[in-house]
Structure formats: structure tokens, C-alpha cells
Design a protein around this ligand. Structure first.
Ligand SMILES: Cc1cc2nc3c(=O)[nH]c(=O)nc-3n(C[C@H](O)[C@H](O)[C@H](O)COP(=O)(O)O)c2cc1C
Ligand code: SF4
Length: 482
């Protein structure tokens, strides 16, 4: 299949991109994986063309779905219990139901392909290697919510992904899966690729919408600007993550009830975990939600920690998730079912990670071993958030920078023990006091690192900073500023 693809691409005088070459390889998934969304990722001989996709049964679910009613599709998605894979884990079918009844305005659907949360690297592989899976999921979703215009908002740093999507959209058009009167059903849909300018805040759905409207991506306040009611051009708009939208096709294939049997109750289906940091085999792994524990993920699937190293901490859902300390114990379950577990036994699902005081977030699992300085890790995270704040609200704009500056000083050994209290108080003065959830995203790391690693952070501070003040003064004098 890939040979035909390469031949045709060259014959058509088109440039080959890196991702075209990658498919030649093929890589076996780990036996603990259940590949649904990633079925074709790294599959021997697979290529991203529509021919390859259709030979494998591609677009058959679209044909099936177009024979259903829009409400039937939404009910299947609801029954499946599909929770959003972009960060908040909100049930997709419920969100779709928030479009006001008797709405007379156009409805839009936006695929969030910004993938900006540090530690997350799954959506780009779906787009690079299986773009038609996303398009099929989007057409089904648009048909269900009544959208005739949809956008894929992809971050600036993914030029190759944008190119692949443009080509896939062209192919879907040529085969009657997009455009006017799709498959003779009378349903019309256009999908456009919109490239962002490379800002984390464009991943936040209302910032994304502002950006799509051609403005600065200043997030909107909710309420009233819940996108499903007042989104793009103040019309009802469904924003869903790439992985979420891909699942719709598979739900239509097996039915919501059967789909809900994978994973575990309220945490259904599969999800792609992106593991980075101090493990032997970092990478992406698609597992049934809740079917592997943190320990199985790290030791079994990812080959364990690096030789001679001990686990220090894990950030389980992208950099904004609260850190879990290796020697903590956690209470999961309620009433008679409640039990104390260690970090190794946490099931990797939405509810368990929330019960442990963190979140499954975007699926980016960052593993930290005992070779890492906690001050350095926190400083790294704080530097990112200080750079990415959109600046619209004062606590976030000023506070994210203060947190970075204080953690800069801790790393440089120029902070006092009181600075740790100041750092903590800055974080709590951002959390819950801003327009968008970036406020929590940037304050939760500091709150949790200080709560759990105060001793280690304090060990990097100094009681007596007088020498440093002298140094600073002499540095200023040397620069002619004093
Ligand atoms: C600061 C911030 C950044 C975000 N970045 C992304 C992102 O890159 N991709 C994404 O899908 N969702 C991101 N989200 C979540 C979106 O706002 C939105 O909830 C999501 O796209 C909805 O899709 P889902 O329900 O399918 O998860 C972000 C949220 C916040 C607060
Ligand atoms: S919380 Fe931060 S990122 Fe969100 S609107 Fe306010 S300043 Fe912008």
C-alpha cells in the first residue's frame, strides 16, 4: 500500500513529507495496549491516503451513520459515555446536547488540534498517520449536531499536519464524503484547516474561537460564553479534541453500549497515554481507560525507570495537573469500597486520578526520578506558564511571572525560605480568580509542588542572602547602573 502511495505521490509531482516516509517502518504495539484510535499508527504498510483508508473499511461508518438520525448518533455517543480527551474529560454527548433547542443560527464544529499541553503528543500522530479517521469522525459529529461548516484548528508548529489534513480534505471531497449532498443524503459540509500562530492559550476553547475570528486569543468568560450556546460568531459551537472526535466513528461501528464495555464505568473506552520523562521507553500507548495502573504503565509498558533510579514523582495529566509524590498514599473509592493505595496502584482513569487529588487531563504522563531537582522541574513549568499567559487578567499575568521569578531565584540559590511561602501565596491568589482555566493550569503545579516538596524546595534556599545582595549591587555597579 505504501509503495502505491509513494509512487502516486511522486507521479503527481507532489513533495514527499517526512510522515510519508515514516509509514514504511511499522512498530508493534505493547501487548497491554488496546489500539482503536491508534490502530493504524505505525502499522506496517499503512499510509495516510484515502485509498489505503478505504481499502481498510474507511468511511463505511459514515455511510452507516448517515442512515441514522442526528439524535440517534448523539444518543449512541451519550450511551457510550465518551469523555473528552482534550483535558477536562467532559462527556461529549452531553456537550452536544447543550446546543439550544429551536436554535436558528448556524452551528459550527471545531476540532481542537492545538495540542499545546506540555507532555501531550498524540493528536499530531493521528493527524500525520490517519487523517481520514479524524475526518470521518468529524463528518459524523457535524451531521449529529447540525453543523455545515467545521474547522480544524491546528497549531502553527504542525505545518506538516496541516499539509496532510489539506490533502485528506481534498481526497474526501473527491470521493463524496465532504461538500454538497454527501453520499446523496442532502447533507452538506465543508471542513477548513485553520493554522494558529503558536500560543498555548489558543488551545483553550474560547481563546481558540477568538483566534479563529481573527482576534487576539483572549479567552471569554463563562458564563455566558459557553461555546455550545455562544461560540464562534456568537453561534452555537461544539469544540472537541482530535482524539474525542475520532472515537465517534468507532462508537457508530459497535454501538454505544458495546463501546461502553471497554474501559470501566464512567471512564469508558480507550485513551492514548503519552509518557515522557525518566522511563526507559517513553512514547504513546493506547490502553483501556482504568485497565492499567500507574505501576503497570511505568514498569511494564514503559520498561521501568532508568537503571539505578527511584521514582520521585509523577505529573499524570499534562504539566498543569497536580504532581503526585512517589511515597504518598491515596484514598480511592467511597464508603465500604474506599481503600488506601500507593502511587503504583492508581488506576489510570479520570475518576481515580481525580480521587488522588490530580487529574487525567490530556493524557500526558510525566515521570520524574530521583536524579531531578524539584526546584528545576517547577521552574521549568513556571517558565512555560509565565511565557504563555495571555495577559488579560492581572492575577494570571502578574502572578505567573512572579512564580517564575521566585522559582528562578530558588534554582539560582538566591531565594530565602520565606520565598516559598510567597510562591505559595501567589499561586493561591491566581487559582479561581481568573477569566479562564489557565489560572488553575499555572497555579496547580506550584500549589502541589510546594505542598508536597516544601522541604526540598526550602533546601535550595538560603537563610542569609546578604552576600547575594552585595553581589547584585556590585553587578549593577559593574553595569554602570548604580
Ligand atoms: C489553557 C488551556 C489550554 C488547553 N489546550 C487544549 C489543547 O491544546 N487541546 C485540546 O483539545 N484541549 C485543550 N484545552 C481544553 C479545551 O478548552 C476544551 O475543553 C477541549 O478542546 C474540549 O474538547 P474535549 O471535550 O473533546 O476534550 C485547553 C484548556 C485550557 C484551559
Ligand atoms: S487566566 Fe491567564 S490566560 Fe486566561 S484569560 Fe486570564 S490572563 Fe489570559
Amino acid at each position: 500500500m505504501w509503495k502505491d502511495f509513494l509512487k502516486n505521490t511522486i507521479k503527481a509531482g507532489k513533495k514527499l513529507v517526512m510522515s510519508d516516509i515514516r509509514y514504511i517502518k511499522g512498530k508493534e504495539p505493547h501487548p497491554r495496549e488496546t489500539r482503536v484510535i491508534f490502530k493504524n499508527v505505525d502499522r506496517e504498510g499503512w499510509d495516510p491516503s484515502i485509498d489505503c483508508y478505504m481499502k481498510d473499511g474507511g468511511y463505511e461508518m459514515l455511510k452507516k451513520g448517515l442512515k441514522m438520525t442526528p439524535d440517534e448518533i448523539r444518543e449512541e455517543v451519550k450511551t457510550a459515555g465518551l469523555r473528552g480527551r482534550g483535558g477536562a474529560g467532559f462527556p461529549a454527548g452531553v456537550k452536544w446536547g447543550f446546543i439550544p433547542p429551536n436554535n436558528e443560527k448556524p452551528v459550527y464544529l471545531i476540532c481542537n488540534a492545538d495540542e499545546s499541553e506540555p507532555g501531550t503528543f498524540k493528536d499530531r500522530y493521528i493527524i500525520h498517520q490517519d487523517p481520514h479517521q479524524l475526518i470521518e469522525g468529524m463528518v459524523l459529529s457535524c451531521f449529529s449536531v447540525g453543523a455545515h461548516l467545521a474547522y480544524i484548528y491546528i497549531r502553527e508548529e504542525f505545518p506538516e499536519g496541516a499539509q496532510i489534513l489539506e490533502k485528506a480534505i481534498e481526497e474526501a471531497h473527491a470521493n463524496g464524503f465532504l461538500g454538497k449532498n454527501i453520499q446523496g443524503t442532502g447533507f452538506d459540509l465543508e471542513i477548513y484547516v485553520h493554522r494558529g500562530a503558536g500560543a498555548y492559550i489558543c488551545g483553550e476553547e474560547t481563546g481558540l474561537i477568538e483566534s479563529l475570528e481573527g482576534k487576539r486569543p483572549y479567552p471569554r468568560i463563562k458564563p455566558p460564553y459557553f461555546p455550545a450556546a455562544m461560540g464562534l460568531y456568537l453561534c452555537p459551537t461544539i469544540v472537541n479534541n482530535v482524539e474525542t472526535l475520532c472515537h465517534v466513528k468507532h462508537i457508530i461501528e459497535v454501538g454505544g453500549q458495546a463501546w461502553a464495555k471497554t474501559g470501566k464505568p464512567n471512564n469508558t473506552g480507550t485513551r492514548i497515554l503519552c509518557v515522557s520523562g525518566d522511563v526507559k521507553k517513553p512514547g504513546y500507548y493506547e490502553v483501556q481507560v482504568g485497565h492499567v495502573t500507574m505501576g503497570e504503565l511505568i514498569n511494564d509498558i514503559c520498561g521501568g525507570l532508568k537503571d539505578g533510579r527511584q521514582l520521585k514523582a509523577v505529573i499524570p495529566g499534562g504539566s498543569s495537573a497536580k504532581v503526585l509524590r512517589a511515597d504518598e498514599t491515596f484514598t480511592v473509592g467511597r464508603g465500604d469500597d474506599a481503600k488506601e493505595i500507593s502511587i503504583w496502584d492508581i488506576p489510570m482513569d479520570f475518576d481515580s486520578l481525580a480521587a488522588c487529588g490530580s487529574m487525567a487531563g490530556s493524557g500526558g504522563v510525566i515521570v520524574i526520578d530521583d536524579s531531578r531537582s524539584i526546584s528545576w522541574v517547577l521552574n521549568n513549568i513556571n517558565s512555560f506558564y509565565a511565557h504563555e499567559s495571555c495577559g488579560q487578567c492581572t492575577p494570571c499575568r502578574e502572578g505567573s511571572l512572579w512564580m517564575k521569578k521566585i522559582s528562578d531565584r530558588i534554582v539560582a540559590g538566591k531565594a530565602s525560605p520565606e520565598d516559598i511561602d510567597t510562591l505559595e501565596s501567589v499561586a493561591y491568589n491566581i487559582d479561581g480568580k481568573t477569566i479562564c482555566a489557565f489560572g488553575e493550569a499555572c497555579s496547580w503545579p506550584t500549589e502541589s509542588f510546594v505542598a508536597k516538596f516544601r522541604d526540598e524546595l526550602t533546601a535550595d534556599t538560603k537563610e542569609d542572602l546578604s552576600g547575594d545582595i552585595v553581589n547584585q549591587e556590585s553587578e549593577l555597579a559593574a553595569a554602570g547602573l548604580k
